[in-house]
Design a protein around this ligand. Structure first.
Ligand SMILES: NC(=[NH2+])NCCC[C@H](N)C(=O)O
Length: 404
């Protein structure tokens, strides 16, 4: 079967992975400095070449297991090459009139319309500084004169690496998310472009189209067909979770949504930083929250929805999934080790089939416990990749999984 013939979509976190969207980190990471890294949501300055090598190894592990790896930059370049409308849309999402003023914004848009698709893709991902502006009439622009050469004309998007957050698939549909923080908002304009214009995705329908409030893919876990958990914390808001639930019900993509409050901290910015699925009936979970994690249960009902809870998450999840018990892999870690390995994305695993996950090698104890519970762990190194606080699940957007 030709890879292009694969049915796109996913109804679980663990069905055999067939195709995935990754972003090989590039020049956008080179933009990070000690002055901007906090704002750009990185905890340090990654060594870019090493991060790329680690990412290549991640992609290789997936390919070896038969997963088709689509790289965002390639897909974006193809999208821009294939459609003038896509180019216009990408440029207008990137050129900010409020920052640049009308004259410079117009001139920049004209310039970007004339460059090659691959170069435009680089500008849209890595951004552009005032120093990099082509010399033109805007040499007389006040905006240009008053900005420092290293200021951004177009902001870079270093968090594109975490493809999980800017779109996710549910059923046969794709949802373009609404990212909560300024540093990441524009990422969704790129996922929107590729899913709208790339020939591979022709005819794909959208979920959560109105995206009225922030929802990030790292907060969305497909527990079982029809059952979705949504974390609410630093990123996804209660309004986002509610709007998503209602939209999934309307489109018949879910019957139950579990809304899970998580602490609003950097360490737990998404639900998938504390809990990911490793098998059809098993999760790996940060032990410190195991007992306290709760959920509001939203069910589709006639004529409206029914909201109950909060109730203990594990019980609510098992009931909604129609299984006796949701197994929690006992990482049994002492508090300090657990906290360290949670910070380093030990709980952020990517399942490539039931019982087989990709994980960062550095989380030695968590991985050992996973294996002791019968989970196969494919280890990758992430010393540089992890500096943005994201593991294998954050760095991947499954676009085709076998149904479970
Ligand atoms: N799904 C995830 N956990 N993604 C991690 C995103 C990390 C990124 N630096 C951010 O703060 O947004």
């Amino acid at each position: 079967m030709n890879a292009d013939d694969l049915a796109l979509g996913a109804d679980s976190e663990v069905g055999r992975l067939r195709a995935v969207l990754l972003h090989r980190p590039g020049a956008e990471l080179q933009r990070l400095t000690p002055r901007n890294n906090d704002q750009l949501l990185f905890d340090g300055l990654p060594w870019v070449e090493r991060a790329q090598a680690e990412h290549d190894a991640f992609a290789a592990v997936l390919r070896e297991r038969g997963v088709e790896v689509l790289l965002l930059s390639d897909i974006l370049t193809e999208t821009l090459a294939g459609s003038g409308a896509a180019r216009m849309q990408g440029i207008s999402a990137a050129v900010d009139v409020r920052r640049l003023g009308r004259p410079l914004a117009t001139e920049l848009a004209v310039y970007l319309r004339g460059i090659a698709p691959a170069d435009l893709a680089t500008v849209l991902t890595a951004g552009m500084t005032f120093d990099e502006l082509p010399i033109g009439p805007s040499a007389q622009s006040l905006v240009r004169r008053m900005h420092n050469g290293v200021d951004f004309v177009i902001d870079p998007l270093p968090n594109l690496l975490f493809t999980r957050d800017s779109s996710f698939w549910i059923g046969a549909r794709v949802a373009i998310t609404a990212l909560a923080l300024r540093a990441r908002v524009r990422e969704a304009s790129l996922t929107d472009l590729i899913y709208a214009f790339h020939p591979r995705f022709l005819g794909v329908r959208r979920a959560y189209e109105s995206h009225t409030a922030p929802v990030e893919g790292g907060d969305v876990l497909l527990l079982a067909p029809g059952v979705v958990a949504v974390g609410v914390g630093e990123r996804t808001t209660p309004a986002g979770a509610e709007a998503l639930a209602r939209s999934l019900f309307d489109d018949d993509l879910a019957h139950t949504v579990l809304v899970v409050p998580i602490e609003q901290t950097r360490a737990t910015m998404h639900l998938d930083t504390v809990c990911t699925m490793v098998d059809v009936d098993a999760v790996v979970m940060y032990p410190a929250i195991r007992e306290s994690l709760s959920a509001f249960v939203i069910e589709r009902a006639d004529p409206d929805v029914q909201i109950t809870g909060p109730t203990p998450f594990l019980e609510a999840a098992a009931a909604a999934m129609g299984i006796g018990k949701l197994r929690v892999i006992d990482t049994g870690l002492d508090r300090v080790t657990a906290e360290r390995e949670q910070w380093d994305d030990g709980n952020n695993t990517l399942a490539i089939e039931p019982g087989v996950v990709v994980a960062y090698e550095r989380n030695v104890e968590t991985n050992r416990r996973l294996e002791a519970s019968g989970i196969e762990v494919l280890r990758i190194s992430g010393s540089e990749l992890g500096s943005g606080r994201g593991g294998p699940r954050c760095m991947s957007c499954p676009i085709a999984r076998d149904l479970v």
